[in-house]
Design a protein around this ligand. Structure first.
Ligand SMILES: *[C@@H]1O[C@H](CO)[C@@H](O)[C@H](O)[C@H]1NC(C)=O
Ligand SMILES: *[C@@H]1O[C@H](CO)[C@@H](O)[C@H](O)[C@H]1NC(C)=O
Ligand SMILES: *[C@@H]1O[C@H](CO)[C@@H](O)[C@H](O)[C@H]1NC(C)=O
Ligand SMILES: *[C@@H]1O[C@H](CO)[C@@H](O)[C@H](O)[C@H]1NC(C)=O
Ligand SMILES: *[C@@H]1O[C@H](CO)[C@@H](O)[C@H](O)[C@H]1NC(C)=O
Length: 478
């Protein structure tokens, strides 16, 4: 039994398909991020408290010597909240569970009308102000993953206590309301105490629609989308909340797994920013796999894409100077190159360095006067490219520069020739036509995981071994 388990465990490690929940992207929310969350939470809670509805209430008391006095407290519509304050609040991480929220010295001021009736016919009325102070609330916000892979929060273990209430009556006969003010005071206190936790719970639930905006399937373009769903419930430690996201590119509507899996990685203990995101080489490589599958990694190069300042033109005259057969067999024709990925490009992240290895074929054609393309030769091109990465908006974008190219002859339709003689012209074509086309696409960027109208500020990007580390603060505009 034990050895069977060992074999299963080994299989799970060696088969990418079965280790389905290794994260391609990791997100860490620090204490600083939590503090920003507290500010947003307190604002929501304040709004929620302004909606407190204290129902009209009435009762009757036997008051000697006048007998039964019935009273009621009402507002013209309802008893109104005039002012609320939550001057002190604290959040702290509760490892394994979520976040604790403690509010102290909160206050609420209410205003309404009072009316009493006694001796059957005599009535009296006025208004009142109720000040509730030293209100304290404590609750735990639990954080879990829902069935769509998005975070979901809820309130647990809420406790509320009202420290002080003081009621001031205006108008009418003071001897009368003084008789039962302490009774009213107690009744209002218990009504409020019962109302607070449900309001806190509602305020916390109101965060879920925002969390539901997490782009678990972020569309990139007509070919690709990125799966940012959580692969496990958030991990809450004493210093951070850590999310493991799938972080995998897929062809739109077709989720086929690549023949490689994420390498486990962990984010450094940095905490000067609110949020850290680690984007693994796996995520980048899944992009290569997807675009290659979609047939999107091919490019036709025509002469109009070659800068007019270039001494080389894409024609049989230029190529004829290196391969005389071409000028002889196809005199005075324009040419076209088809650059096509031979395999999905692979990305390597090493400290402060991103290199991309791309293997392609380049097919050179002569364009006949009737526009038929006649193939001349096919080259295998292995290129090593450096990549600069930057964050723009809530996207990560890149810019390539060519490091080195190795070319070998695949097929020649014009007889043997020395491939090396084409080095300079192909370097020029790659630098002047291919790289700028690819850069134009890379500069449009790839969406990062995001919630609602999230903006990134104070953003830094560092290339680590096997992943990209983005440290950032966030601001929500809505
Ligand atoms: C590209 O080709 C080289 C040799 O031609 C090979 O070593 C390398 O693995 C290939 N790279 C990819 C991404 O297929
Ligand atoms: C980046 O790494 C590649 C491959 O490891 C290496 O060839 C290149 O020189 C490095 N570039 C820099 C700027 O360190
Ligand atoms: C176009 O011209 C070439 C060369 O003259 C010829 O071989 C080919 O058959 C022509 N194609 C068509 C569709 O006319
Ligand atoms: C080109 O080939 C040389 C020798 O075969 C090799 O050392 C080098 O890594 C190759 N460069 C690229 C970009 O494939
Ligand atoms: C991309 O890199 C090239 C040089 O390799 C540079 O001229 C260009 O300004 C860069 N573009 C961006 C958007 O960084």
């Amino acid at each position: 039994m034990l050895s069977l388990c060992c074999i299963m465990a080994l299989l799970a490690l060696s088969c990418p398909e079965t280790s389905g929940n290794t994260a391609g992207v990791k997100v860490k929310l620090t204490q600083k991020g939590l503090e920003y969350g507290r500010q947003i939470g307190v604002t929501t809670l304040l709004d929620q408290f302004k909606t407190i509805k204290v129902p009209d209430f009435s009762g009757s008391e036997e008051v000697s010597p006048i007998g039964k006095v019935s009273y009621s407290l009402t507002g013209s519509e309802q008893i109104k909240v005039i002012n609320v304050g939550l001057p002190q609040s604290e959040v702290a991480l509760v490892p394994g569970t979520g976040v604790s929220l403690t509010i102290s010295n909160a206050y609420i001021n209410l205003h309404g009308d009072w009316r009493v009736k006694y001796l059957m016919i005599i009535s009296d009325s006025g208004s009142f102000d109720l000040a509730v102070s030293e209100l304290s609330i404590s609750t735990t916000v639990t954080i879990q993953s829902d069935d769509t892979g998005r975070p979901v929060v809820s309130s647990a273990n809420c406790a509320a206590s009202v420290g002080q209430t003081s009621i001031t009556f205006h108008g009418g006969a003071s001897w009368l309301y003084n008789l039962f003010s302490s009774y009213i005071d107690d009744a209002l206190r218990s009504v409020l105490q019962r109302k607070i936790c449900p309001l806190v719970s509602e305020a916390i639930d109101k965060m879920n629609p925002y969390l539901k905006t997490l782009n678990v399937l972020a569309k990139v373009d007509q070919y690709a989308e990125i799966d940012y769903s959580m692969v496990e419930s958030p991990v809450i430690s004493t210093s951070s909340i850590d999310l493991s996201l799938k972080g995998e590119f897929y062809n739109i509507g077709e989720h086929k797994e690549p023949p490689f899996a994420p390498t486990p990685f962990s984010l450094p203990p940095d905490e000067s920013n609110m949020l850290y995101m680690g984007i693994s080489a796996f995520t980048a490589n899944s992009a290569g796999f997807v675009y290659n599958n979609a047939g999107a990694l091919s490019l036709r190069i025509t002469d109009d894409m070659i800068p007019s300042s270039s001494p080389f033109r894409l024609n049989t005259k230029t190529f004829g100077t290196f391969i005389p057969q071409i000028a002889k067999q196809y005199p005075d024709l324009m040419m076209e190159l088809l650059v096509k990925a031979a395999t999905a490009p692979t990305v390597m992240f090493t400290p402060n360095n991103i290199t991309l290895q791309a293997n392609a074929t380049v097919t050179a054609y002569a364009i006949q006067p009737n526009t038929t393309l006649t193939p001349l030769f096919i080259l295998n091109v292995d290129a090593s490219v450096s990549c600069q990465i930057y964050v723009t908006g809530v996207k990560v974008a890149g810019n390539l520069t060519l490091n080195a190219v190795n070319m070998t002859l695949g097929t020649s339709y014009v007889g043997p020739f020395e491939v090396k003689s084409l080095d300079s012209i192909f370097q020029m074509v790659l630098k002047a036509a291919v790289i700028p086309e690819v850069n134009a696409l890379l500069q449009q960027g790839f969406p990062l995981p995001a919630i609602g109208e999230m903006n990134l500020v104070n953003t830094q990007l560092v290339i680590m071994k096997d992943y990209l580390l983005i440290g950032t603060d966030v601001q929500f505009t809505a």
